[in-house]
Write a new protein. Structure first.
Length: 190
C-alpha cells in the first residue's frame, strides 16, 4: 500500500517536459493587441540638430537655382518656394519627422536662404565681371560684396528679388490638399 515511489517516474516526466520545451512546432506569436501597444508606445524622437542640418541641406538646391537664374538675368523668386519645400523635406528626412517646432525652424532657415542666395549671386556677378580684367579671385569677390551693396542700383535689384522671393516663400505655406469626401456609412460586418 505504501509503496515508495520509484525515482524513475519523475525523471521520465522531467525528460518529457524538457523535450516538449525544446520541440515547439508553433512558437508563440505575439497577439495583435501586443503589437499595436508596442507600436503606439514607440514614439520617434525628433532630433532638432539633425533637422536643422537637414533644413540647411534641403534648401541648398533652391539657393543654387536662385543664383543660376539670377545670373541668367531673371528674377529668381520662384526659388523661394523651392527653398521652403526643400527645407521642410530635409528637416523631415534627417530628424525622422516634423512637428510644429520643426516647421518653424525649417521656415526660419528657409527665410534666411534668399539673403544667402542674393549674397552669393552678387559675389558670382562680381567674379564674372572682374575676373579676367582685374584678376579678382573668388574670395575677393565675396569681400567686395559689401562695397557693391552701397550702390543704389544694386540694392534696388536686391530688394526687388527678395520681395518677389518672399511673396512666393509665403505662398509655399499654403497646403494644396484637396478635401476628401467622408462617407458616414459604417463598414458592413462580415
Amino acid at each position: 500500500m505504501n509503496e515508495p515511489a520509484s525515482p524513475v517516474v519523475p525523471v521520465v516526466e522531467a525528460d518529457a517536459q524538457a523535450a516538449a520545451m525544446q520541440y515547439d512546432p508553433a512558437p508563440a506569436q505575439p497577439s495583435s493587441e501586443a503589437i499595436l501597444s508596442n507600436l503606439t508606445a514607440e514614439k520617434r524622437d525628433i532630433s532638432i540638430v539633425s533637422g536643422l542640418i537637414g533644413a540647411l541641406l534641403g534648401s541648398i538646391p533652391g539657393v543654387i537655382l536662385w543664383v543660376i537664374i539670377g545670373q541668367l538675368g531673371y528674377i529668381a523668386g520662384i526659388c523661394g518656394f523651392l527653398m521652403v519645400r526643400g527645407a521642410i523635406f530635409g528637416y523631415m528626412k534627417l530628424a525622422g519627422g516634423i512637428n510644429k517646432l520643426g516647421k518653424f525652424l525649417a521656415a526660419a532657415i528657409a527665410f534666411l536662404m534668399p539673403l544667402v542666395a542674393e549674397y552669393l549671386g552678387i559675389a558670382v556677378s562680381i567674379y564674372r565681371a572682374f575676373h579676367e580684367s582685374e584678376g579678382v579671385t573668388i574670395a575677393q569677390s565675396f569681400a567686395y560684396v559689401p562695397y557693391f551693396l552701397n550702390e543704389p542700383e544694386v540694392v534696388s535689384g536686391l530688394v526687388t528679388n527678395l520681395l518677389i522671393g518672399y511673396l512666393l516663400f509665403a505662398a509655399s505655406f499654403i497646403n494644396f490638399k484637396p478635401k476628401q469626401k467622408t462617407i458616414n456609412q459604417p463598414f458592413p460586418k462580415l
